[in-house]
Design a binder for this molecule. Structure first.
Ligand SMILES: Nc1nc(=O)c2c([nH]1)NC[C@@H]1CN(c3ccc(C(=O)N[C@@H](CCC(=O)O)C(=O)O)cc3)C=[N+]21
Length: 286
C-alpha cells in the first residue's frame, strides 16, 4: 500500500484564496489587517520563517509590521517593542519568533503580549481559554492540523488519535483541541515517559508525531491504513555536508499508512495559513 499524501501546501493556498476575499470585505469597511513579527537575533532559520510569514501577508493583502532586535537585546528593549505593538491600532495580531536568545525570559515575553493580539494563540490566557472551551485565538499548528484533516474528510469524531509529544506549541494544545466536543476524538498523549510507545501508536486510527526526533515513527509502529501526520522539523547535516530539515516519520511509513501528511509540504504551510486566519479574525472583530 502507498499512502495518499494530504497536501498541506495546496490546502494552505486554498485557505489563502478564501482569506483574500475576507480581506477585501474588510477593506470596504476601511480596515487593513496587520500582522506584527518580533525577531530577536539573526538566526538564519528564524529569519527565513519570518520572511515567509511576511511573504504570506503580502499574498493575501495583510500589512506587515516588522520589528527586529539584535541578539544581545535587553529584556527592557523587548518589553518596549511589545508595549508598542500592544498599543498600535494598525497591529491586529503579532508573534514573537521562538526560540528567544537564552538570556531573555520567554515566559515573561509571552505573558506581555496582549492576549487579544496573540496571533500564535500561545499566551497563557489563550491556552486557558482552550482548556475551558472559551473563545480565543487558537494555536496555529494544532489548528492547521485539524483544518487539514477536516478538509480531507478524515473523521475525528470517534477516532482514536495518538499524539506523540507534549510540547507547549503542538502536542499539549493539540490534545486539548482534538478532545473538544466539536471534534470528539479520543486522544492518547504520548511523551518521553511513555513506556511502550508502539502499543499506543499501533492502536490508533490517526498518529500525529510532534516529538522533534527524526525518524521516530517507523512502519512497524502503525496499524496498516492509519492516517499519519508528521509535525517534526529538525535541522540535520546530510551526508553531503549540507543542512536540511527532516521529519519525525520514517519514509517507509508511506508504504503502510493509508494517508500521510508529509514534511515538507504538510503542517508547515498550514501553520502559516492559520496565523493569517487568526489575524484576519482579530481584524474582523474590529
Ligand atoms: N512564535 C512562533 N510561532 C511559530 O509558528 C514558530 C516559531 N515561533 N518558531 C519556529 C517554528 C517553526 N515554524 C514553521 C512554520 C512553517 C514552516 C514551513 O512552512 N515549512 C515548509 C518548508 C519551508 C518553506 O517552504 O519555507 C514546509 O513544511 O513545507 C516551517 C516551520 C513556525 N514556528
Amino acid at each position: 500500500m502507498t499512502a495518499t499524501l494530504l497536501d498541506g501546501k495546496a490546502t494552505a493556498a486554498e485557505i489563502k484564496d478564501e482569506l483574500r476575499i475576507r480581506v477585501k470585505a474588510l477593506a470596504e469597511r476601511g480596515i487593513t489587517p496587520g500582522l506584527g513579527t518580533v525577531l530577536v537575533g539573526a538566526d538564519p532559520g528564524s529569519q527565513a520563517y519570518v520572511n515567509g510569514k511576511h511573504r504570506d501577508c503580502a499574498e493575501v493583502g495583510i500589512a506587515s509590521i516588522r520589528r527586529e532586535l539584535p541578539a544581545d537585546a535587553t529584556q527592557q528593549q523587548v518589553d518596549d517593542v511589545l508595549a508598542e505593538l500592544n498599543a498600535d491600532p494598525a497591529c491586529h495580531g503579532y508573534i514573537v519568533q521562538l526560540p528567544l536568545p537564552a538570556h531573555l525570559d520567554t515566559q515573561r515575553v509571552l505573558e506581555l503580549i496582549d492576549p487579544d493580539k496573540d496571533a500564535d494563540g500561545l499566551h497563557p490566557v489563550n491556552l486557558g481559554r482552550l482548556v475551558l472551551g472559551y473563545d480565543g485565538p487558537l494555536p496555529c499548528t494544532p489548528r492547521g492540523i485539524v483544518e487539514l484533516l477536516r478538509r480531507h474528510d478524515v473523521a475525528l469524531r470517534g477516532a482514536t488519535v495518538a499524539v506523540v509529544g507534549r510540547g507547549n506549541t503542538v502536542g499539549r494544545p493539540l490534545g486539548l483541541l482534538l478532545t473538544r466536543r466539536s471534534e470528539n476524538a479520543t486522544v492518547t498523549l504520548c511523551h518521553t515517559g511513555t513506556l511502550d510507545l508502539a502499543s499506543h501508536t499501533r492502536a490508533a486510527d490517526i498518529v500525529i508525531v510532534a516529538a522533534g526526533v527524526p525518524g521516530l515513527l517507523t512502519a512497524d509502529m502503525i496499524n496498516p491504513g492509519a492516517v499519519v501526520v508528521d509535525v517534526g522539523i529538525t535541522r540535520v547535516i546530510g551526508a553531503d555536508g549540507k543542512g536540511r530539515y527532516t521529519g519525525d516519520v520514517d519514509p517507509e511509513v508511506a508504504e503502510t499508512a493509508g494517508a500521510l501528511v508529509p514534511m515538507p509540504g504538510g503542517v508547515g504551510p498550514m501553520t502559516r495559513a492559520m496565523l493569517l486566519t487568526n489575524v484576519v479574525e482579530r481584524a474582523e472583530r474590529g
